[in-house]
Write a protein that binds this ligand. Sequence first.
Ligand SMILES: Nc1ncnc2c1ncn2[C@@H]1O[C@H](COP(=O)(O)OP(=O)(O)OP(=O)(O)O)[C@@H](O)[C@H]1O
Ligand SMILES: [Mg+2]
Length: 284
Amino acid sequence: MIEVKNLFFKYNKSHEYAVDGISFDINEGEIFGFLGPNGAGKSTTQKILTGILPVQDGEIYLRKERIEKFNNDYFNAIGVSFEQPNIYGKLTGKENLDFFASMYDYPVQSSSNLLKMVDLDNAANKKAGEYSKGMQQRLVFARSLINRPKILFLDESVSGLDPSNAVLIKEIIKELRKQNTTIFLTTHNMTVADELCDRVAFINSGKIVLIDSPRNLKLRYGRKLVKIEYENDGCLNKEILSLVDDKDKQRIVEITKTKLIETIHSQEATLEDIFIKVTGRELG
Ligand SMILES: Nc1ncnc2c1ncn2[C@@H]1O[C@H](COP(=O)(O)OP(=O)(O)OP(=O)(O)O)[C@@H](O)[C@H]1O
Ligand SMILES: [Mg+2]
């Protein structure tokens, strides 16, 4: 559905690439997770794919056709939920949705249905500026669905919600997948990614380090990992090491010989463990 080839992006005055030559493709109807720690380049990538930031270098294809310039057809086909809620605080929730709906020149979803869907019907007539953070986030999510998008970009839409609202939004996302919506889901929350995504890309310092399904990743790393916590200069250190990799096996011996071990567990690798193993970095 969407293919990205060698995408680079550098902010003005910055010496480093925020997006440093990434390539991936997203199949129609799949939920593609984009995972990485703070500052990895996730939101920058989403902003390029949604036309908010320019394509400085690289290629983007939609259904095999190169996009030279984002046009109205593209904007009509996509829905975008931003990490920073950009809503009109002086307008009510309902007025916000009605305003955005008025920008489309074809029939769109009714604001009352959308508000009900995200459990904001009771707050429909309250000023959005007086919404809590989680309520604003749900409003932004609802707004991204106004035009029944074929492709949905969700930047941290589930993070920061309380458990019952997180379940609500995750259920809507699953339902959208059933309707064949293609979803680009950006998050630093591995549990969310594991639950929702068909495939995930790990992004670190602007580069994609691997792409695979959560299931394959767990099969590949399986139970063959140990997590060792040990004391080092008064601090607690954590390392995740493979029981099959020779270098890691040596490291386990080295730690047991030289450090004071607090805990040692063999475990089924979570996506978070695999991320640390592959990048050497925690998700934060
Ligand atoms: N407007 C900006 N101007 C300059 N640099 C920026 C700007 N926005 C982001 N950056 C830089 O680009 C890099 C990638 O940022 P980005 O917002 O894409 O990260 P992210 O993966 O979405 O992180 P987070 O999990 O914190 O949302 C970071 O080094 C960041 O400091
Ligand atoms: Mg971000």
